[in-house]
Design a protein around this ligand. Structure first.
Ligand SMILES: Nc1nc2c(ncn2[C@@H]2O[C@H](COP(=O)(O)OP(=O)(O)OP(=O)(O)O)[C@@H](O)[C@H]2O)c(=O)[nH]1
Ligand SMILES: [Zn+2]
Length: 330
């Protein structure tokens, strides 16, 4: 029988038989708060944080399809003697996994596990982009987690009804308008913030994820992305906690891997972001004109004559450059 405290950390009954077997061998269950290749920071049922080593055996098994711990995983571990680190014995089956399918890599990389809900955070300012929301929904759709679209900065939106309908029509029933800044609309998140439920956030830079996280944490001016915890003695602990326990008992995962997913989900084509410039470019002398230093470029011509905004043109060049450097990484 698992105790209530494990359930409050997101434990689910399907794991019960494995824990029963493990206990016979002196193993305990704990949840992964932060993970590297060699160590995991674990949260135990009694609320203690423990450091646990990943043994070579797990790396060996991983090469044949076994699991290595990621944030949000449940593991069985053998606790160390007082003051000593323990050892992770097994990673328990996942009920959901957020994966990053890196271009050019055959095997998708798991970013975090056992997430119940992914909050897709979008600002209702220039960040608002239904096509990007659609891509996020597709990503979450295959993960086993539920998607909730949070339309942030609602006070900036002139036609909220239209945006709500537009997003609902993408096939997502849960669409919540909020203002993280003003603290409005956040009560509607309550069903997904119950004790023991695990959340993660996706959304482009500036959408308001940190502002929302701080609201949910109920603490002011805390930079969630790089939160460094202090232990009881007022010392900085060495590992970064990537899973935070919210005041109501829900767990919020915030880790660098999610940022990488975001980048991959951002605008991926120039056509999508700058259709006007692509259109102008059809009249350039060279069909492969990059609208930068080429002669007889209609895009530069349009900037010179004031038909195309200079700032917009500069942004185009920036994105073009970024996409090209991304190509090189692949
Ligand atoms: N008007 C308005 N501004 C908001 C709201 N929520 C956040 N902002 C502002 O939007 C800006 C970006 O907010 P962040 O919370 O840092 O956004 P983020 O998604 O965490 O961005 P990254 O850390 O770059 O990923 C800040 O200036 C916030 O004050 C809102 O509800 N309304
Ligand atoms: Zn051109």
């Amino acid at each position: 029988m698992s105790d209530r405290r494990l359930r409050e950390l997101g434990w689910y009954p399907e794991l019960e038989p494995m824990l029963a077997e493990g206990r016979k061998r002196g193993l305990q269950a704990a949840r992964v708060m932060a993970a590297s290749r060699t160590f995991s920071t674990l949260l135990a049922g009694d609320g203690r944080q423990l450091k646990s080593r990943i043994p070579g055996r797990l790396h060996h098994l991983a090469r044949r399809g076994g699991l290595l711990p990621v944030v949000g995983d449940w593991v069985l571990h053998r606790p160390g003697r007082p003051g000593r680190e323990g050892v992770v014995d097994a990673v328990l089956p996942r009920k959901s996994a957020i994966v990053r399918q890196a271009p050019g890599r055959a095997v998708p990389q798991v970013i975090c596990a056992n997430v119940d809900t992914v909050l897709i955070v979008t600002g209702l300012d220039q960040d608002y982009n239904p096509r990007r929301i659609e891509r996020y929904l597709a990503l979450v759709g295959g993960s086993g987690a539920e998607a909730v679209v949070v339309l942030n900065k609602m006070e900036l939106c002139r036609d909220l009804e239209r945006c709500l309908n537009e997003v609902r029509n993408l096939g997502c029933p849960a669409v919540l308008p909020v203002s993280a800044l003003r603290g409005e609309g956040l009560d509607a998140l309550a069903p997904w913030l119950r004790k023991g439920m695990t959340l993660a956030m996706l959304g482009s830079s500036g959408a308001g994820k940190s502002t929302l996280a701080n609201r949910l944490l109920g603490e002011e001016r805390q930079v969630v992305g790089r939160l460094s915890e202090r232990d009881g003695k007022g010392q900085h602990t060495t590992t970064q906690r990537e899973m935070l326990v919210l005041p109501g008992g829900a767990l919020l995962i915030d880790n660098p891997g999610m940022r990488e997913i975001q980048l991959l989900q951002e605008t991926t084509t120039l056509e999508e972001a700058f259709p006007d410039i692509v259109e102008l470019g059809r009249a350039c002398r060279f069909t492969d004109c990059r609208h930068h230093r080429e002669p007889d470029c209609q895009v530069k011509e349009a900037v010179a004559s004031g038909r195309l905004d200079e700032v917009r043109y500069q942004n185009f060049l920036k994105l073009q450059q970024e996409l090209e450097s991304r190509e090189k990484i692949r």
